[in-house]
Design a protein around this ligand. Sequence first.
Ligand SMILES: [Zn+2]
Length: 662
Amino acid sequence: MEKSKKTDLQTPEDPIEACAHFSRLIGGDTNLVLHGGGNSSVKASRSDITGQDREAIFVKGSGWDMGSLEVPGLTPLDLPRLKQLLELRELSDVDMMRELSAAKLDPGSPNPSVETLLHAFIPFRAVQHSHADVIVTLTNLAGMNAPDEVVRSIFGDEVIVIPYVMPGFDLAQEVRENWASQFHDGTKGMVLLNHGLFTFGDDSQTAYEMHMQLIGKAEAWLDKEAPVDSRKENALTAEILLTDLARLRSQMSKIAGKPMIVRRHVDDQVADFVQRDDYADLARRGPLTPDHIIRTKRFPMVGASQDSLDRYVKEYGSYVEEFRHRIRTEFTEIDPAPRIVLDPEIGMLTAGFTSKDAQIAADIYHHTIPVLCRSEDHLGGYEALSGEELFDVEYWDLEQAKLLKSGKPPELSGTVSLVTGAASGIGRACAEQLKQLGSAVIGVDLSPEVDQVFAGDDWIGIEADVTKSEEIDEAIKIGVERFGGLDIAVVAAGIFGNSESIEDLDSEEWRRVMSVNVDSVQLLFGRIGPLLALSPIGGRVAVIGSKNVPAPGKGAAAYSASKAALQQLCRVAALEWASNKTRVNLVHPDAVFDTGLWSEELIVERASNYGITPEEYKKRNLLSVEVTSAAVARSAISLCTDDFSTTTGASVPTDGGSDRVI
Ligand SMILES: [Zn+2]
């Protein structure tokens, strides 16, 4: 989770700053809220442009995480207007969101939380809301005499307890109806069953302190009554076949209708869980809090076989059929592919249309596992909301509106790419463009800095020597387990070698250049061919060749010969792989001076071979254009898009035009 850059040591005096500050303290703990979950508010007056004081409420806006909430993420709204809305008998979610938007006191601020009306109702200035693991543990238990039995036994009447109601207008009304009969001077908070915790006070610090007090009490009770059991040995060390993983991803992607990122998890927590005899049963109990369902679906898929997947898809279809009558308007069907897969040998796989989505699903399930185990082992069993209640959240108008509005994702979203030589020059530029087009990138490079080249969930940089088979195997294993398979490969690692005449060139240097520029690619192709064959979109390979293939240069025997051999290797790959829809193409750049291949010294040397100055040498092409890494990368990556879906075995000059090539 993104950490706030601000120091959170001092309590700000301004009430809005304070709300953001204490929200960050709650949001910084993943045991309390995850990825956009939870919200907070503060009621304060706001002076408008005419100098008039307006009674306002500042509510966390959508798109902001509690853990990194800042003042601009708190939307000011017209509080008296919200109180008028609360007087309505009914209000659809879509109408509610429109009215909330109309009640904003700053049209530029984000849309406020769907729980805004509830915040507006609570008769305290400051409100904090979380989905704390320990609270949802207490409210999703089977075999209770009353749904609030355990909550009451821990907190007595210190908390207001509200039965489960979907967030939105109805929840605000439910709280409004229950408030007077349950609230008293000793009330410290409010537990929403199957959902989470609200606390409140005259200022955000009090609301925060009440939050931590109630959570501390729940924690202490759970530690005593439902201790977390010690770990067994992690048995998820056995190698899995990467092609099995890639095949499963391919099938899931086809079911989803677009490529998915599938990430493998083998940590101790997952290992313990999938080794339980009852894990399959536990996995079918449902999510901790309803808003997780859009990330994890109602259930994980159990087992990783084709049969398991077929069963899962069929079951999802029946679930939608069973409850579709609950939706009155037209709706966008959500694809039936699982987002979590549990298997005793593979561990856990998490899936999404971006690597971030796959990671969010993983974070949520890592918090789900201990709750399931504690409830099952010590508290009489775990029981989530019913199918119809969960369906209502999964197919909620507001979520549906988001689906309709989300627009077209970037062209290569959900795909996985591998780039060699990714730490600098053309390789780095290719990786950057692949990321921009939505691909998750496995960057391989000799440089140990490769892991630092980019940040984010869609990048993994692995230090490896492309000429060493065991290092390449390890890099492919790490990369494929991170993203689930391989769709695109860009070969950019290469060396120029010493600039020497044939007589001076020793065979060791010749071999070194051949080894990096050709042998390593044959090795790589051997390893990735079977993975590319399983790509749900058809494998795509772009290889950085050289102008030296059609037009070799003096003093570059090893380089020119190695790149020519590389081209033949690629053409044979194009022939051999066409049957499984993998395309292989090359670009032939020349004189790309912003790469590690070129030093100032080498430029001087090469220029002197042609009897020209280094400046003339740099601009030596027909179009007189600068051939940059980014320009070459654009051409190479274009070859990996659908723009070139009918092209394989091609060599495209990216050299600014050369009369020796044309
Ligand atoms: Zn909530």
